[in-house]
Structures are given as C-alpha cells and as structure tokens.
Design a protein around this ligand. Structure first.
Ligand code: C5P
Length: 218
C-alpha cells in the first residue's frame, strides 16, 4: 500500500503553513513543514559561521545536522529552535541556503523519509513539483504581495513583535524573487495542482475549499 501525500506549496505568507497544519490534524496525518528544515539549516549555518554562499560546506553541514521535529517543535542537537527560526533574518538565511544543489540533495532524503502511514501533508515551495511529484493531490496557494505582507504584519503584532510594514513587504518581495528565479526547484505551481488565490479569502474559507477537494479525491 502506498502512503498518500498531499502537498501544499506557495510563496511566503500565503497561508500554506496554517492550512497544512489544520489539514493534517483533521485527517490525523503527519505534517512536514519543509520550510522549517531550511530555516533550521540557515540558523545552524549562521551559528557555525558557515558562509551562506558556500554550497559544498552547507551541503556537508546539512548531512551531519541533528535536526528533528518533536511534534510541532524543531530541535537542533536537542535544542528547541522553533522560535529562533521564525524571524525574518532566519527566513532570509533559509532562502539563501536553499539555492544550493548539495543542500537540496541532503534535504530530499530527509523529506521523503517523513512519509509515514496513514498519510503526510507536506508544505513548502517544491513539494508538488519535485519532492513529492507523484502525490495524488496538490495545492498551490497564492495571494497578493500586499495581502501577504499585511498578514505577516498582523501575525507579528499579535505576538507583540515590533514590525514595519514597508520593511516586511520588501523582505517578502526579495525572498519570493529569489525563490521563484533560482535554477533549482524554483517556486512554481505543479501542472496538476489545484491553484487558489486566497487574497480575499479567510483562513476558514480556504480550509473549507481545500477540504472539499480532499473529500472529492480520497
Ligand atoms: O516556508 P518558509 O517561509 O518557512 O520557507 C523558508 C525558505 O525556505 C523559503 O523562502 C525558501 O527559500 C526555502 N524553502 C525551499 N523549499 C521548500 C521550503 C522552503 O526552498 N520546500
């Protein structure tokens, strides 16, 4: 029996993380937040003083890292780095380390090993195009840059974190461009993905329409 995988890809702030977590919970499936892995590697590289442009060194670092999920928490050598990887600095580092072939190769095994019965919901940039290209159900969530920056701003404000909307918008734009224009596994919708523009949708509305597609396909 093949364990089913549902993929959810899209740019930063499109809501894919929230939707993936809700979907995994509703189905009772496992969850893979692949962005957290790249953030964890970026975090580890900065801590170890590894150059974010040195693909070989980063690939080696990725191969020997003890990076593990404990439920929703991400552990690096046993230390909880879940909060540390949520900063814009960590996000920028993630998107820089994610460009390198040795890094993506190391992450590929890691991600495919996360497939476990009864099923996996995987969110990221290349879940439907590369890592789980044969997944039976794929989603691609999008939203305008302005809306995504606003969501991130609200999120940070709710957490009591100081944020600047103009800076956030610039950071998101820069990261999206890097993710979309890179040579390896660029951010793009898979040909067979269900594409949704969530700009004017609430999280509940997005989740309901994702669940409709899931019910039709399972
Ligand atoms: O999804 P999240 O914002 O946590 O991802 C952080 C960065 O990690 C992205 O900007 C992207 O460069 C990289 N990433 C990737 N492939 C994935 C998931 C994330 O390259 N599957």
């Amino acid at each position: 029996v093949i364990t089913p995988v549902i993929t959810i890809d899209g740019p930063s702030g499109c809501g894919k993380g929230t939707i993936a977590a809700k979907l995994a919970e509703r189905l009772g499936w496992h969850l893979l937040d692949s962005g957290a892995l790249y953030r964890g590697l970026g975090h580890a590289a900065m801590a170890a003083g590894v150059d974010l442009d040195d693909g070989e060194a980063l690939g080696q670092l990725a191969g020997r890292l003890d990076l593990r999920f404990a439920g929703q928490r991400l552990l690096l050598e046993g230390d909880d780095i879940s909060s540390a990887i949520r900063t814009e600095t960590a996000a920028a580092a993630a998107s820089r380390v994610a460009r390198h072939a040795p890094v993506r190769a190391a992450m590929l095994d890691w991600q495919r090993n996360a497939v476990r019965p009864p099923g996996l919901v995987a969110d990221g940039r290349d879940m439907g195009t590369v890592v789980f290209a044969s997944a039976p159900l794929k989603f691609y969530l999008d939203a305008s840059l302005k809306e995504r920056a606003n969501r991130r701003y609200k999120q940070l404000n709710d957490k009591g974190v100081d944020a600047n909307l103009v800076d956030l918008t610039d950071d998101l734009r820069e990261r999206d461009q890097r993710d979309q224009q890179r040579a390896l596994s660029p951010l793009v919708a898979a040909d067979d993905a269900v594409v949704m523009d969530t700009t004017r949708m609430s999280i509940d509305a997005v989740f309901n329409s994702v669940m409709d597609a899931v019910r039709r396909s399972l």
